[in-house]
Design a protein around this ligand. Structure first.
Ligand code: HEC
Length: 291
């Protein structure tokens, strides 16, 4: 097998490095490629056999390789989370200090934090006490534990939203489609009590009711709060929650491409320069005259 593959790939032209023969290397390459193709095919087939609708792709303002998040939208999305989603979903990996410089000024973020009460302690007498939130506090969870969350939601658990955009296929497209995609259940689909029909949710039966309607939340910047605007802003906000470093990464991309193009040009010149003697030499045979 190894020899046959080697022959096909022309491995005899490669150099022989001790115990690892070129044939072994090319077999490894072919087998590796085959396994990769198989994995890709399996992954695609899983997508095709799902019974949920695929979320349509939306023209996100941060969609391109060089585009940053729309921070006005992230701020509005925070307002939607605070007014609507916070009642059921935690956002446990985001602290109030993370908002500073992203959606809020330091004073605004302090004011946001001060709206919650946090259990702290023990104090000098050994007692636990409640105090207003500080910048270093994380967003509070709506329920004390998972059982309480399930009990309040017909047995379903509202997942933490910090990493949901990275954790779901389709990312913010999926969140947007899910929030705006509630429809009546088609004939033949039986929903249990407390369930709603949403074609974008795997299986279709979701325990979260439609929460976004026109005017379901209020924006401080006066943007008309239509259902689709609310969904778009909260999806952008959740993308920021999942990838707070997104803007920095995009900036770095621009710098890296700039630096490496310069370097590539320089290295290309250097290579030509260093090899010029080798490339322009001439080999001549001088036949030895027969004696
Ligand atoms: C009344 C409580 C409630 C509110 C308010 C609520 N949700 Fe949910 N949410 C749930 C429950 C319960 C589930 C779990 C559904 C299930 O597993 O069937 C859920 C699930 C989700 C999921 C996960 C879907 C998946 O693929 O697993 C996302 C995303 C989500 N909610 C986003 C939001 C957003 C964004 C908001 C605010 C605009 C919001 N929710 C408001 C209760 C709520």
């Amino acid at each position: 097998m190894a020899a046959a593959v080697g022959r096909i790939c022309g491995a005899r032209l490669l150099k022989n490095y001790g115990a690892v023969t070129p044939q072994m290397l090319s077999t490894l390459g072919v087998v590796g490629g085959g396994v990769g193709a198989l994995l890709f095919a399996l992954e695609q087939s899983v997508q095709a056999s799902g019974n949920e609708a695929h979320p349509p792709h939306q023209p996100w303002s941060h969609g391109g390789m060089f585009q940053s998040l729309d921070h006005a939208s992230v701020r509005r999305g925070y307002e939607v989370y605070k007014q609507v989603c916070k009642a059921c979903h935690s956002l446990q990996y985001i602290a109030f200090r993370n908002l500073v410089g992203v959606t809020h000024t330091e004073d605004e973020a302090k004011a946001e934090a001060a709206e919650i009460m946090v259990r702290d302690g023990p104090n000098e007498e050994g007692n636990y006490f409640e105090r207003p939130g500080k910048l270093s506090d994380y967003f509070p969870s709506p329920y004390p534990n998972e059982n309480a969350a399930r009990a309040a939601n017909n047995g379903a658990y509202p997942p933490d939203l910090s990493l949901i955009v990275s954790g779901r296929k389709g990312g913010e497209d999926y969140i947007f489609a899910l929030l705006t995609g509630y429809v009546d259940a088609p004939a033949g689909v039986v929903l249990r009590e407390g369930q709603n029909y949403n074609p974008y949710f795997p299986g279709g039966a979701i325990s979260m009711a439609q929460v976004l309607f026109n005017e379901a939340a209020e924006y401080t910047d006066g943007t008309p709060a239509t259902a689709s605007q609310l969904a778009k802003d909260v999806a952008t906000f959740l993308r920021w929650c999942s990838e707070p470093e997104l803007d920095d990464r995009r900036l770095m991309t621009i710098k890296v491409i700039g630096m490496f193009s310069l370097l590539t040009a320089f290295i290309y010149y250097l290579k030509r320069h260093k090899w010029s003697t080798m490339k322009s030499r001439k080999l001549a045979y001088k036949p030895v005259a027969k004696k």
